[in-house]
Design a protein around this ligand. Structure first.
Ligand SMILES: [Zn+2]
Length: 61
């Protein structure tokens, strides 16, 4: 299971993916700024639709 994470530290704004089991607790520490600002993003449909929209715009010119 691949989870997407984002850092809530505005000075960092790092996003990354972490391979975790569904039973594992969500990460809390950002690997970049090492603050407790990591937040698990909702993965799946939302990310794909955003990505699809990007492709559509790119291909539409
Ligand atoms: Zn960070």
């Amino acid at each position: 299971m691949t989870y997407e994470y984002g850092c809530e530290n505005e000075a960092c704004c790092h996003t990354w993916e972490a391979e975790q089991k569904i039973t594992e607790a969500a990460l809390t520490e950002c690997p970049k700024c090492h603050k407790q600002t990591a937040k698990r993003l909702i993965s799946g449909g939302t990310g794909f639709s955003l990505r699809g929209e990007g492709w559509f715009k790119t291909g539409g010119y």
